[in-house]
Design a protein around this ligand. Sequence first.
Ligand code: F3S
Length: 397
Amino acid sequence: MHLTLKENEMLSESQGRATQKAMQILVALGEIYGAERMIQVTSVQIAGVSYDNLGEAGLKFLSAMADGGGRVRVLTTLNPAGMDTENWHNLGIQPDFAEKQQRVLEAFARMGVTTTCTCTPYLIGNLPHYAEHIAWSESSAVCYANSVIGARTNREGGPSALASALTGLTPEYGFHLSENRLPTLTIQVTAQLAETCDFGALGKVIGEQIQASRAVPYILGVHRATLENLKSFCASLATYGGTALFHMQGITPEAALFTPPEKRVSVSQAELEAAIHSLNNAAEEEVDFISLGCPHLSIHEIEHISRLLDGRQVKKEFWITTARTTKQIADRMGYTRIIEASGAKFAADTCCVVAPIQGRFTAMATDSAKACYYAYSKNKFKTVFLPFEDVVKQALL
Ligand code: F3S
């Protein structure tokens, strides 16, 4: 790889051990993927924040980077942590875990990382513009940034995203290059998409179809999609297909640059319904946990929950997961008061997947296809997959 004088300086120890380590990570990545040079990034988002995933080794790495003088050079935000940083007691998180999680967040903060703890950075101020080069690592947010915004990022790991934060650089390969953003497969959707959960199910169907080929899909037949629909679709497509970029005619910005590829497959109503069916493996009577907010809820969705819960009492553990700043708007608008009066709980900064709740519940009701995937694979819960309003109704039964 060709490195500039300044980049070579970062690779020596002259700018500190952490910067040197960061450059070593980026150069190794660049060499693996055949990058010719580094490019500047303007925004970073780091996943791998929960102590439940990081463990002691991860905490040690982050502390060493902070002790080694690491300091971010661009706006850098964080993915959800393993707990609500203010309300963890009320969510059944153990003090020992809370202490370790706090140390993780402190290490990030010492490096100048803004400890937002959300997987929807684009809702709370880390919002790149079209064609901007960035280094993000949360898979749903990567898919959203590339596809819906038209920014350019590979799906970074936690260490490589941190390395980009500490240098302001990333190796130029993958989705940073225009030629890799071309669609390679047309997906004709004939299924009807009414609810956000339908978009999640669609992401599962398409993701499973393209997982092996790693195609960049060009999607036809989706005529309307809200921000909430798209964030759910992105999460699901990334989970079930490992997909970091799609184009959707009439919806995503780069779709207008291309014609649909000749190679084509379709998604029928029957396939969508089969996907929905496959995400339901629990009887409704078994549901003892409700969670909405994968990816983190928008303020619009929280307002919707507050209308549904106004004057009612929930009968089951119900987590509403969102970014702290979004919850602060909910506080100001009075939604929090209504929701908490019902017995439902905000779980800001965290989510039902990264919190240490493995085995704590039998079955979870959710409208997120991504949450279903991790409910089985990580937390050993069964799932009931329903439209948003029906999920809230489950909490009232
Ligand atoms: Fe976000 Fe957690 Fe889902 S990080 S996308 S809410 S698994």
